[in-house]
Design a protein around this ligand. Structure first.
Ligand SMILES: C[S@@+](CC[C@H](N)C(=O)[O-])C[C@H]1O[C@@H](n2cnc3c(N)ncnc32)[C@H](O)[C@@H]1O
Length: 242
């Protein structure tokens, strides 16, 4: 899938199915945040990290991601929102980034970086202080996947919700909060992903890469609507490190 020549994330607030209201609900589960160190591994453009630090004036934040365009967008937002003295973003591979154990760590939609959910939980455990909180956003099967969904995501890619919670408990965490992305959040996320490209196509109908961008968005929309829309979920767990 190509992102060039257009930024396929331009219309998204987060690179995950997450509403404004739920983002603040999740931040509320991460406390105490005053004076906390917060590290977001696979932060994208770090919108959740920025909101977390804005929500807790004494908190400091670090975001790590290897996507240059996302880091540039996040840094521009940090400057625009006057957060430069409390938040910094690093462009790096999260698996080799050595940060001190934090009070709060975040990993949303980035489990593939650590080879899957277990690897993510184990890595986040070592990157947290005892008693620290992890906000994990991870894919789950939320219904029986049809053949088209399984062409896109192998069955073993995701756990069921209760399996995910059991794995978190088995890797040294206790569960503080659980929620899942709802249908509106998913439809908004997928629609905006597609619309970033559709709007570019409207403005650039004769661009040499227009046909390829149209092919990518058509294939994506098809896979979403005929495949995983009724079976793929996204769980947000707030976990406390034992
Ligand atoms: C689905 S996006 C989620 C971004 C962000 N957490 C959010 O919710 O908006 C996953 C992010 O993980 C990042 N990522 C994946 N593997 C990575 C790695 N090994 N090192 C750094 N970043 C990685 C990608 O660049 C991408 O920004």
């Amino acid at each position: 899938m190509t992102d060039a020549p257009t930024d396929g994330h331009a219309l998204l607030d987060f690179n995950s199915p997450l509403s404004d209201a739920k983002s603040y609900d999740l931040i509320g589960t991460l406390g105490p945040l005053d004076g906390a160190t917060v590290v977001d591994y696979g932060c994208g453009w770090a919108e959740l990290l920025l909101r977390t630090v804005e929500h807790a004036p004494g908190a400091t934040g670090l975001g790590v991601d290897d996507d240059e365009r996302a880091i540039d967008r996040g840094r521009a937002n940090i400057a625009a929102r006057g957060l430069g003295d409390r938040v910094r973003l690093e462009r790096a591979d999260v698996t080799t980034w050595a940060a001190d154990p934090a009070d709060v760590v975040v990993s949303i939609g980035a489990s593939h970086a650590w080879g899957g959910t277990r690897g993510t939980l184990e890595a986040m455990h070592t990157r947290l202080k005892p008693g620290g909180r992890l906000l994990l956003g991870d894919g789950i099967w939320d219904g029986e996947p049809n053949a088209r969904a399984l062409e896109i995501f192998p069955r073993e890619e995701f756990l069921l919700l209760h399996e995910l919670v059991d794995l978190a408990l088995a890797t040294g965490f206790r569960l503080l909060n659980l929620t899942t992305a709802n249908r509106d959040e998913w439809d908004s996320f997928e629609s905006r992903w597609c619309a970033s490209r559709e709007r570019w196509l409207l403005d650039n109908p004769d661009h040499p890469e227009a046909a390829e961008v149209a092919r990518v968005v058509d294939e994506h929309r098809d896979g979403w609507l005929k495949g995983y829309r009724t079976s793929m979920g996204l769980a947000y767990l707030t976990l406390a490190r034992r």
